[in-house]
Design a protein around this ligand. Structure first.
Ligand code: SF4
Length: 253
């Protein structure tokens, strides 16, 4: 089933990236939002959803155009981009359209984002739901909004921890990804410097991870509201679409 989706998505991606496809996307995003209202997201719904805006792109290399997650460390095999609504082709195609539009018509996409972020009632924004990109100019421009992200980019997180050149309205959590001796050492280093690390657990959340208490990150996604001492953010594993696992394991993607 997913293989069908992937083939269709690749064909659609190639078409949208053509001149005619991009014209269609421009016309489409003149009438449709790039950002989802948090009320339409199960987790954000609990988090003052009406004030939340989310940008969901097509993660990793799944658009066939670029890699949106440069530091994916195997997490792409189980990426949540295909879980929940992501099992539906229509949802994946919507993410594909946003991705192609953002990458190939960046000025227009930025104008759309500016228009949507400027609306009354918007307070909290996550621009990397399924990507690991830097939107610094927008974050600085909308300094009255609170942005938050998770990243697997160790350089970005180290700079964030060091207080280097990051807007005050931005909160970042380092994401462990697939555990390995290297990724765990990096995570422990960040924790030792007072950082925050998201760790995914299979069945239930333990009391501690590597000596640090585990904060239940399932209750809310608004990480900037976590208490000061909540350094290890425990999240529960959610199953990606099984066919995605097969394809990535075979090296098809
Ligand atoms: S970094 Fe996040 S969004 Fe990107 S492939 Fe890994 S799990 Fe998916």
């Amino acid at each position: 089933m997913y293989f069908q989706h992937q083939t269709i998505l690749e064909q659609a991606g190639r078409f949208y990236a053509t001149g005619a496809g991009l014209e269609l996307l421009s016309a489409y995003f003149a009438r449709h939002a790039l950002l989802a209202n948090g009320l339409r997201n199960a987790k954000a719904k609990k988090d003052q959803g009406a004030a939340v805006r989310l940008l969901s792109l097509l993660s990793f290399r799944y658009s066939g155009i670029a890699n949106l997650c440069q530091f994916a460390n195997g997490c792409e095999n189980e990426c949540l981009v295909t879980s929940g609504h992501g099992a539906f082709l229509s949802t994946l195609e919507a993410r594909l359209k946003r991705t192609v539009f953002l990458l190939r018509r960046p000025k227009e996409a930025r104008e759309c984002l500016r228009r949507e972020l400027g609306k009354t009632g918007v307070k909290f924004v996550r621009l990397n739901v399924f990507s690991d990109l830097w939107f610094g100019a927008l974050i600085r421009e909308f300094s009255h909004l609170q942005f938050w992200d998770y990243t697997r980019n160790p350089r970005r997180y180290a700079r964030f921890l060091g207080g280097l050149d990051f807007p005050r309205n931005y909160h970042l959590t380092y994401s462990l990804g697939v555990p390995s001796p290297q990724s765990e050492q990096l995570a422990l280093d960040f924790l030792g410097r007072g950082g925050h690390v998201a760790v995914v657990f299979r069945d239930s959340l333990p009391e501690t991870w590597r000596g640090y208490p585990v904060w239940n990150g399932e209750h809310s996604d608004l990480r900037f509201l976590d208490p000061q001492g909540a350094q290890v953010i425990g999240l529960l594993h959610k199953q990606a679409h099984p066919a995605l696992l097969q394809l990535t394991k075979k090296g098809v993607l």
